[in-house]
Design a binder for this molecule. Structure first.
Ligand code: CMP
Length: 466
């Protein structure tokens, strides 16, 4: 509206120049000279020209840009437009008011002056043209977080003017970086609309389980404010260091400009999550560990839990309390990470395992692909087939999560069999049933009892039982 009004007024001023000047003369009284009237006419034209350029600027680079691109045009572009528009208006008005003055000649004669001015304004012009090339390239926009140059100035871009980039640092300071300097330096950009990532580091003691640590930290970080829910955080071990296991957590931010606060919040959440989960930060210390071991693999204080676990295993139900305690004393504990293989099919094996904590799956290969035939949890056992028959392992057993198993070796089982001959029979039934599960459904036969009898005699032979 303002633009249209300004254009119309300027047009009318040009068309009715004589009438307007006469009107001005009347207004100023009879004493006003012709030159004074022309000066007032010029002032009127200038005011209207100024309003027109401002209005056009707002219309094109404010409104139209926002509608088409979603943001206002940079200050530099607006300034260039204004300079060009004012120059054009100046030529128009000047040639209208002083048609006899040759502007071309005037500019030619001032060429030497122009060279002198150019040399004097070398830096300023350098900044100006670097600013234009930055605008053309558009490597970043207002609102992006950038890090510039060797001094690594980091902040949010507030403005790009014809002279400099204006950054607001995270200390709320303003840093001005000359366009020509920025054009020469490497610029790291965290675009505003992009999911930018950050990495935070922490260390744990070697005694803390990596699977548990990774799970606890991932859950703690994903719930922190400003952490994007679009990509789950990644927690991984980056080094087995002198002072503990070194981890990094990588997370993506909704608003990258707040990364300092979010890093701090993430560290805080990790601290509380560690506290709740009983995990420990490692710091540069040297610890002298004095360990009294009752039996390799069985940790102090864990003996009771192992006896409890073994007495709940159905095949060991007939054992006396002393026999279960003896078995627990002979058991060796092993911890496996999620996805680790506990038993490889085809390997020889002389021990069986009881799942103490966690879960495993039993897999056979079918057409080169693994097929899960059973999932075993706490209190279940596996590996008994090779142990009792002396044959190679029949299947792969893989940990599904962090899993602690208790290994029982041939010698310990032999002692148990000597005093519990009936145990062999119940085991032979279990082994027979499991063997049926190993065969693909189409091949399943009904020879259950025959197979069980065969296994029974195989176990007796292998363990030298009568
Ligand atoms: P072993 O053959 O020593 O090693 C692989 C183990 O997988 C095997 O002993 C059993 O303990 C276990 N296994 C094999 N088949 C089955 C099944 N059908 N169900 C449960 N466990 C099984």
């Amino acid at each position: 509206m303002a633009t249209a009004a300004a254009i119309l007024s300027l047009y009318l001023l040009f068309i009715f120049e004589g009438e307007v000047q006469q009107l001005l003369g009347n207004l100023m009284g009879s004493g006003a000279s012709h030159d004074t009237i022309r000066v007032f006419y010029l002032i009127l034209l200038s005011i209207l020209g100024y309003v027109l350029v401002r209005a056009l600027n707002a219309l094109i680079f404010g409104l139209a840009f926002r509608l088409r691109r979603g943001f206002e045009a940079p200050t530099l572009v607006r300034n260039i437009f204004s300079i060009l528009a004012f120059t054009l208006l100046f030529f128009l008005v000047f040639s209208r008011l002083y048609p006899n003055v040759n502007l071309g000649a005037l500019f030619t004669t001032s060429a030497i002056f122009g060279v002198i001015l150019g040399l004097a304004l070398q830096d300023t012009l350098g900044n100006f043209f670097a600013g234009i090339s930055l605008q053309a390239d558009r490597p970043f926009q207002v609102g992006d977080v950038i890090t510039v140059g060797a001094q690594r100035h980091t902040g949010v871009v507030e403005e790009i003017t014809w002279r400099a980039i204006k950054l607001r640092t995270f200390q709320n300071h303003i840093v001005l970086i000359n366009n020509s300097t920025a054009a020469k330096e490497a610029i790291e950009v965290g675009p505003r609309g992009n999911l930018n990532a950050r990495v935070v580091f922490f260390n744990t003691l070697y005694t803390d389980s990596p699977a548990k640590t990774i799970h606890v930290v991932r859950e703690a970080v994903r719930e922190a404010d400003n952490v994007s829910i679009k990509i789950p955080p990644i927690v991984r071990i980056r080094n087995l260091g002198d002072n503990g296991v070194e981890y990094e957590v990588k997370y993506w931010l909704e608003d990258y400009a707040k990364y300092n606060d979010t890093d701090a919040l993430v560290r805080q959440r990790i601290w509380y999550a560690f506290r709740r989960a009983g995990l420990n930060f490692a710091y540069p210390t040297r610890t002298l560990l004095v360990e009294r071991r009752t039996h390799p693999g069985v940790r102090d204080g864990a003996g009771g839990a192992i006896i409890e676990r073994l007495s709940a295993v159905d095949i060991f139900a007939p054992l006396s309390a002393e026999e279960t305690a003896m078995l627990a004393g002979a058991a060796v504990s092993h911890v496996f990470a999620p996805g680790e293989t506990v038993i490889h099919a085809g390997d020889p094996g002389s021990s069986m395992f009881v799942v103490h904590n966690g879960r495993v799956c039993v897999q056979v290969s079918e057409n080169g692909r693994p097929r899960t035939i059973a999932t075993l949890g706490e209190g279940d056992f596996f590996g008994e087939m090779a142990l009792f028959t002396g044959e190679p392992r029949t299947a792969h057993v893989v940990a599904l999560e962090e899993t602690e198993v208790l290994e029982i070796k041939h010698a310990a089982m032999k002692r148990i069999f000597d005093t519990n001959p009936d145990l062999v029979e119940s085991l032979s039934h279990i082994i027979s049933e499991r063997r049926q599960g190993l065969i693909a459904p189409a091949e399943t036969s009904t020879r259950g009892t025959d197979a069980s009898a065969g296994i029974l005699s195989a176990i007796k032979r292998f363990f030298g039982l009568s």
